[in-house]
Design a protein around this ligand. Structure first.
Ligand code: N01
Length: 532
């Protein structure tokens, strides 16, 4: 029998969980947060690896729901580092009195929907059962780490770390021989720093990755003052950008194919200097046309050749595929790190890691010896955290069963057959393809509005209609097919996790998504069905 009753349970105390707790408490609901970690911050709680920082500017990657908060908080850098973002999350939790609502060190292991009571029973790792009317998964898109099942994983006698589960007190690599597996964003941010500390660093690369310098720098007080003088208007303009950030950054909509080679070179150089994602705003067709994309990727390859002194290493580091297809990385000195004498790159594209051993690992028939191995091998993205809980909806149907061929949602917010269960930034919403903080604010407010509607209508539950869900899944697919996104093995497609269905999960285009949400609301929440 349940130990306690609530109106709403919010799973996860990151940016999404914070705002939901704040909003739902404001509705007078008895609300409880459940968090696996022993502190708030979500992604920024777990990812403490050296060099971890945001790749969306902090002036954008921050809450807008409270004007005093956004006016008073001062970010020290253009792209804040993890400790500062975690401090911000802690500040928000305290400022809005959220901490007492949250139960830490607790995971949800199971959630069952009871059709007769129209309520959920939530089972926790502490052996407790909570009965709740609304269950909201604010579990993040990149929170379940992926450690490949390398043979001999447990035999290595040295220290191992995963970038997504980094020790709270940091790691000292001084004088150590370190191996790192993976060359995604987490590796690209941490490699320059580990390299500067360790005795030597060996990077095992399966696929070379595109990275553009973040061009991080201290915040410019004049620039910040200009934005803060009119922050609401700035935020409105940000929401009209395809990824909901950077409204004052130059974006071009012309074709790279139409430009002369000289103009193109100048434009690519200017956007390289802008840094990070803004590189892809150099032309309007870079994510739509493979030939245009090739011009942008050729430019990056030429930069890699300029930066990396050893031509063979530069060649290995030069990605072959479509730039932006996997999430573009924003680095600070990544390619430069390979000019250090203590950094070695090992290509494992043809010869995978055979096994870990007591002293290191073996690949291509050669044994490497390490004191420490870092897994920068990413996440079971977007669905992993939901599917590892045993979630059962109407008729006892499990979410794992429902999503066996890929995630099915209406607007990334609800799932047919799972009444009163909401997914924050779920698959089928812009989520990871847009500013996550703006995305979670949008979803939190929409879920609050849906709950207000249910209560006003004196209904007991709400559920996505089957046809609305089918149509939405089709719309998400169609949209992705118009772009180059499905043409590589990215985690957006689930391609990084063996056996995961290959489905493009996020919805492309924040403004269109916002319009869709407005339209659904205007039509009395069309596609959502009330149950009494
Ligand atoms: O993970 P990834 P990540 N053998 O999946 C390799 C966000 N983020 O943690 O490409 C050998 O990108 C894999 O190789 P391949 C951001 O959204 C943001 O780095 O699959 N290698 C790849 O190189 C990002 O996209 C920031 O061939 C194996 C790497 O491991 C997302 O998180 C910073 C392997 C995994 O790269 C994930 O980034 C950090 C195997 N069996 C993260 N399995 C910011 O800047 C996997 N790999 C805000």
């Amino acid at each position: 029998m349940p130990n306690q009753q609530f109106d709403a349970i919010v799973v996860g105390a990151g940016f999404a969980g914070h705002y939901l707790l704040h909003l739902l408490r404001g509705e007078g609901l008895a609300v409880k947060g459940i968090e696996r970690g022993d502190g708030v911050g979500g992604t920024w709680y777990w990812n403490r690896y050296p060099g971890c920082r945001c790749d969306v500017e902090s002036i954008d990657y921050s809450y807008q729901f409270s004007d005093p908060l956004q006016q008073e908080w001062v970010w020290s850098e253009r792209y804040s580092a993890q400790p500062e973002i975690l401090a911000y999350s802690n500040h928000v939790a305290d400022r809005f009195g959220l901490r007492p609502l949250i139960q830490f060190d607790t995971s949800v292991i199971k959630a069952d929907y009871n059709e007769s009571t129209q309520r959920w029973w939530v089972h926790t790792s502490q052996g407790k059962i909570y009965d709740t009317r609304f269950l909201i998964m604010a579990t993040g898109c990149l929170s379940t780490t992926n450690t490949p099942a390398f043979p001999g994983l447990d035999t290595f006698a040295g220290r191992t770390f995963h970038t997504g589960q980094w020790p709270q007190n940091g790691v000292d690599f001084t004088g150590r021989r370190v191996g790192i597996i993976g060359t995604g964003s987490s590796a690209i941010q941490s490699i320059p720093i580990i390299a500067a500390e360790a005795k030597d660093l060996t990077v095992f690369q399966r696929t070379a990755n595109f990275s553009v310098p973040a061009q991080n720098r201290p915040s410019d007080p004049a620039e910040v003052a200009r934005v803060k003088a009119n922050y609401a208007e700035y935020r409105q303009r940000a929401a009209q950008q395809s990824a909901a950030f950077g409204p004052d950054q130059p974006r071009n909509f012309d074709s790279a194919l139409a430009a002369s080679p000289e103009d193109r070179q100048r434009r690519f150089e200017a956007h390289w200097q802008l840094g990070g994602f803004m590189y892809l705003a150099a032309y309007g067709d870079l994510m739509l046309n493979e030939d245009a994309n090739r011009l942008a990727s050729d430019f990056v390859r030429s930069k890699i050749r300029q930066i990396v002194k050893d031509p063979a290493t530069a060649e290995l580091l030069s990605p072959k595929g479509i730039i932006g297809c996997k999430r573009l990385c924003a680095d600070s000195g990544y390619f430069e790190a390979y000019n250090r004498d203590n950094v070695q790159l090992v290509d494992i594209s043809q010869q995978p890691i055979e096994r870990l051993t007591k002293t290191g690992l073996v690949t291509g028939g050669k044994a490497y010896t390490f004191d420490d191995i870092v897994f920068a091998t990413g996440f079971d993205a977007m669905t992993g955290s939901l599917l590892r809980m045993d979630i059962r909806g109407k008729g006892g149907r499990s979410l794992n069963d429902k999503w066996a061929a890929g995630p099915l949602t209406y607007l990334g917010l609800m799932i047919e057959g799972f009444p009163n269960l909401f997914t924050m930034t779920g698959p089928g919403s812009p989520s990871v393809l847009a500013n996550m903080v703006t995305g979670v604010e949008q979803h939190a407010e929409y879920i609050r509005d849906l709950i207000q509607w249910i209560r006003k209508e004196k209904a007991s539950a709400v559920e996505a209609a089957p046809a609305a869900e089918n149509d939405w899944v089709a719309a998400v697919n169609v949209r992705s097919q118009l772009t180059l996104y499905p043409r590589c093995n990215s985690w957006y497609l689930g391609a990084n996790v063996p056996g995961k269905p290959r489905v493009f999960m996020p919805y492309i285009g924040f403004p269109d998504y916002t319009n869709k949400l407005h339209g659904v609301r205007e039509a009395q929440f069309a596609g959502f069905e009330l149950q009494r």
